[in-house]
Design a protein around this ligand. Structure first.
Ligand code: KG4
Ligand code: ZN
Length: 335
């Protein structure tokens, strides 16, 4: 079965064709980051308009890249939520309409299920069951994945998502949008042990997260270190290092807890923050001690993309799911 996948939930336009026999045949990604940067964050109306401009040419070109004629697929998968309503509507309306025109089924995919399954596109994919850590700009959760489509949430964030904490902290430090990756680059220049921030909720039982207190602790430290409203460069890097270390320690402690409580020996990490190099190094050390393994998507599929939606759509269609003709998107949608 061959599936066209469309992602348009936020500021990335992603299109891909996944074939269950041949694997990923083609994929394309367009990032709106530059357009939103001057506003310091995603402007929903601009995001929708840009998805409209980009999607149709990208779909045509992904068919060409795959060596297929337009419409040579068996189904269309589109992100149906969670995300920005207008942005979701663009991909959903186009995907649904193409499926009507081509007389094939369509499936609305959960964006986080897409992230969760993205590591399955790698040459050596993880085997079920596993624990999944989903760390993106909008979500932070630990999930017990017993089989495709069988998800039990073990814990989630009570306030900010990990990526959101990275982005907000970066903004406090005066880094341009989107700050998460820049903050992690700055952290590489920082020295360990100069500052120490709390590891939120690690001494409480359970697997929930909370990152807003950490963000506040950073804000207080920035104010304390500022000289004439400027924090010296090395101090900034040291603060970034301490912030990143606190987030990583918290994530690693909860992942270890999830592995121990479920008895699973496989950890899958997905979502934008899973691109973080130090997080990967530290999780590698943790799973080694637990005699477990950790899997990721390749860096370009850690953040939003069409390939993960095409793949997740295929998984859902295999399980007999299909979306009705009426287009139903959801800004909020539990996994
Ligand atoms: O999964 P994603 O592309 O979009 C959502 O579904 O939210 O994740 C984007 C998030 C942003 O918050 C971004 O700052 C964060 O992932 N991110 C990182 C890194 N790369 C992306 N955070 C920390 N370190 C990174 N290297
Ligand atoms: Zn995402």
């Amino acid at each position: 079965m061959r599936v066209l996948g469309i992602e348009s939930s936020c500021d990335e336009t992603g299109v891909a064709i996944y074939d269950s026999e041949q694997g990923l045949m083609a994929h394309q990604l367009y990032s709106q980051v530059k357009m939103h940067a001057e506003f310091g964050g995603v402007v929903p109306e601009l995001a929708s308009r840009d998805h409209i401009r980009k999607l149709t040419p990208m779909i045509r070109s992904v068919f060409t890249e795959a060596g297929l004629s337009m419409g040579e697929v068996d189904a269309v998968a589109y992100t149906a939520g969670p995300g920005l309503v207008g942005a979701l509507m663009v991909g959903a309306a186009l995907g649904r309409s193409l499926a009507v025109g081509w007389n094939i089924p369509a499936i609305g995919v959960h964006h986080m299920e897409g992230h969760l399954l993205a590591p399955m596109l790698e040459d050596e994919p993880p085997e079920y069951p596993f624990v999944a850590l989903l760390v993106s700009g909008g979500h932070t959760m630990l999930v017990d994945v017993s089989a495709p489509g069988c998800y039990q949430i073990l814990g989630e964030t009570l306030d900010d998502a990990a990526g959101e904490a990275f982005d907000k902290t970066a903004k406090m430090m005066g880094l341009p949008y989107p700050g998460g990756p820049l903050l992690s680059q700055l952290a590489e220049q920082g020295r360990a042990g100069v500052f120490e921030f709390p590891r939120p909720m690690v001494d409480r039982p359970g697997m929930d997260f909370s990152f807003s207190g950490l963000k506040t602790a950073v804000r207080v430290e920035i104010a304390r270190q500022a000289v004439d409203e400027q924090v010296p460069e090395q101090t900034q890097a040291d603060i970034a290092h301490a912030f990143q270390q606190a987030v990583i320690d918290t994530l690693a402690i909860k992942c270890r807890r999830a592995l121990r409580e479920t008895g699973h020996k496989t950890l899958v990490v997905a979502g934008g923050v899973s691109a973080n190099k130090s997080l990967r190094e530290q999780l590698q050390q943790m799973v080694k001690k637990e005699r477990a393994q950790v899997f990721y998507a390749r860096p370009e599929f850690c953040t939003d993309n069409g390939a993960m939606i095409a793949y997740a759509g295929w998984v859902r269609l295999q399980a007999g799911h299909q979306s009705p003709l009426a287009i139903n998107i959801k800004a909020r949608w539990p996994l």
